[in-house]
Design a protein around this ligand. Structure first.
Ligand code: ACM
Ligand code: ZN
Length: 613
């Protein structure tokens, strides 16, 4: 076959010089061929950085010749069923990967986590912790209080020797040193760390973290390397020449740029490809602009690019591709082309060509978005709520069939097609069908139709950028949270009380008030210490019922439990009311027994359900 194309010249250049993808090979081990294919896929889409997350609590994956136990002990973990899971990369394999990537225009940046996320290393060398151990390589996911001791000079020698070998392997300009999620619990109680703070005249443990990072930075700078750290390295004072990778929001990048430091932007709002599509879908990624608001033109030059983060706690190798595609296509365009060319419709057309290519390569691409999108509305009857469900993004035509899965849920107006009006409470199943046959898996929508949905609402806390849960009205919108705490329904605060006041459309005879709370201590989510419900006829004279959760279900709200559940706190009321309020007192810091002791806990609330007539 004789294929010909016309001569042409292309003038093109990337908007951002840093177009990265993180691959977490610690939580799950990925084999060499898989990593090479990942590099091929990056390179094809003009992504040019592989951020290789090689060490964490759950495994140490890079061979270090001076410390063989890092891999002989630290690269395997004993799973709950007793089996060993793990693997590591030899220095020879790493050199091979770096060469393979360089041939394709991809730079490999190693991440060696410190001073936290290091239990796998401490399991092998417990002498570099504050408490001395012993430790086991972690099998749970989370943030843990066992970290490197900042008061022990031997710890620094250990890390410097490791970094010497890392430097000799990786030709990259940068070494990523982590720096995120470091509970300071051990440091606050360690004699060596306390003396270090006294000797160095450090005000607090945040300055001690800053001391730690700066000491490592100085060492690496002397060897001709620059450091990158997650945005927590801003706390207690930023190291002299560090690049900040902003993940908790855009704020770290904005702060760094204003201080004249470079920043890479990979926020949980747009760039976490381990998150489900209901949190970050294709359109959301496409709407990403790495430049934080409020920067001058000069400051914005410090935003060197963005990165997609592919954490793998819940993603073994065989599902990684379905997580990163198609979302990486959107990120690749965002990081390459100027903002004025952004056009989602046009992108979707271009995407269909990409899709064909991905199919030809056997890439297991995922969906663009949650297959069904639900919206909540007030409806015409004040004692209920209207739910509308649409097939999202992929524009599939069909009819939605609703089935209430609870007898406490009373539907009406079913003739509305993709809409349903419900009173009462329970789970509504929605299935998109054509000619009576399901086109998609059913989605389950927990709903509560109640008069609070129709009220004016005002909240007394600030909305978390991570868990705004429906905004100002989110605590009374008829939409209940599910067991997935990132489903967009949950509203959360960290170390802040939450409150809401409702003005009902009419005075009613109250039967009960209740609140849904989420509990999952492994993810730092605790029940509130106290919930207070108030009601009033005139908004001036209030009655109140205060529920002390210290003794909920016979155990203290701060006692350890493995539960991951939704707890409904209800209070029966027999009174007339037009005004309703709720206040939840936050649970404080994670308690001493907790892996993240002393870190601020989260409180997750969902819906203030008002029952009455
Ligand atoms: C991070 O997601 N802990 C950087
Ligand atoms: Zn210490």
């Amino acid at each position: 076959n004789d294929h010909k194309i016309a001569c042409l010249s292309i003038k093109d250049k990337p908007k951002f010089k840093w177009r990265g993808m993180l691959l977490d090979c610690s939580r799950h081990f990925m084999d060499i061929n898989f990593i090479k294919r990942y590099i091929d896929l990056l390179a094809f889409h003009k992504m040019n950085v592989l951020h290789w997350h090689l060490t964490d609590d759950q495994a140490w994956r890079i061979e270090i010749k001076q410390y063989p136990k890092l891999t002989s002990m630290g690269s395997f973990r004993k799973q709950k069923d007793g089996s060993l899971y793990g693997g590591f990369y030899s220095q020879e394999q790493i050199t091979d990967i770096i060469y393979y990537a360089s041939q394709r225009g991809v730079c490999v940046i190693p991440e060696i986590e410190l001073p936290g996320h290091c239990i796998a290393a401490l399991a092998a060398y417990p002498e570099y912790s504050c408490s001395g151990g012993p430790f086991e390589v972690e099998t749970d996911w989370g943030v843990f209080k066992e970290i490197y001791c900042a008061g022990n000079d031997q710890t620094f020698t250990f890390l410097e020797n490791i970094l010497d070998e890392v430097i000799s392997l990786f030709p990259s300009e940068y070494i990523h040193i982590g720096g995120d999620e470091v509970p300071k619990y051990r440091w606050e109680r360690c004699e060596k760390c306390i003396s270090r703070m006294v000797d160095q005249e450090l005000e607090d443990v945040h300055e001690l973290q800053s001391y730690f990072i700066q000491r490592i930075e100085t060492y690496l700078n002397e060897k001709g390397k620059k450091i990158i750290g997650w945005d927590e390295i801003l706390e207690g004072g930023l190291a002299q020449d560090a690049t900040v990778q902003s993940w908790r929001s855009f704020e770290g990048a904005a702060q760094a740029a204003k201080m004249g430091h470079d920043a890479i932007v990979s926020p949980t709002s747009h760039a976490y490809f381990d998150y489900n599509l209901n949190a970050i879908d294709l359109k959301k990624v496409y709407s990403f602009d790495p430049i934080p608001e409020g920067l001058t033109e000069k400051e914005s030059l410090h935003i060197i690019g963005g990165e997609c983060n592919m954490w793998t706690e819940h993603a073994p190798q065989d599902i990684v591709e379905s997580k990163i595609f198609p979302r990486m296509l959107a990120m690749a365009e965002v990081l390459w082309s100027p903002k004025v060319l952004r056009d989602f419709e046009g992108f979707q057309n271009r995407k269909s060509l990409h899709d064909q290519r991905l199919i030809a390569w056997g890439v297991d691409s995922g969906l663009e978005s949650d297959p069904l999108n639900a919206t909540w509305d007030k409806g015409s009857d004040v004692f209920g709520v209207e739910v509308q469900v649409e097939a999202a993004l992929d524009r599939i035509e069909g009819e939605v069939i609703f089935t209430p899965l609870s007898s406490r849920l009373t539907p009406s107006h079913h003739e509305l097609g993709s809409r349903i009006f419900v009173k009462g409470e329970g789970v509504l199943e929605a299935v998109l069908t054509r000619d009576g046959r399901p086109l998609r898996d059913a989605v389950l929508l927990p709903v509560a139709g109640h008069i609070g949905v129709h009220s004016d609402a005002s909240i007394g806390h600030s909305l978390s950028p991570y868990y705004p849960g429906g905004g100002e009205r989110g605590l009374a919108d008829g939409r209940l949270g599910s067991i997935d705490f990132r489903d967009g329904c949950w509203q959360a605060t960290q170390s802040e009380n939450m409150s809401i006041t409702l003005t009902l459309p009419q005075t009613i005879q109250l039967d009960s008030l209740s609140m849904q709370c989420y509990r999952y201590q492994d993810a730092w989510i605790f029940l509130p210490q106290t919930l207070a419900f108030g009601w009033s006829v005139d908004g001036v004279k209030w009655e109140e019922s205060r529920i002390d959760l210290h003794t909920y279900s016979g155990s203290h709200v701060l006692s350890p439990t493995d539960a991951q559940d939704i707890v409904r706190i209800a209070c029966a009321v027999d009174a007339s009311a037009r005004f309703i309020r709720m206040e939840a007192v936050n649970p404080g810091s994670c308690p001493d027994w907790h892996d993240a002791a002393s870190s601020p806990s989260w409180m997750f609330l969902d819906e203030l359900v008002v029952h009455g007539q």
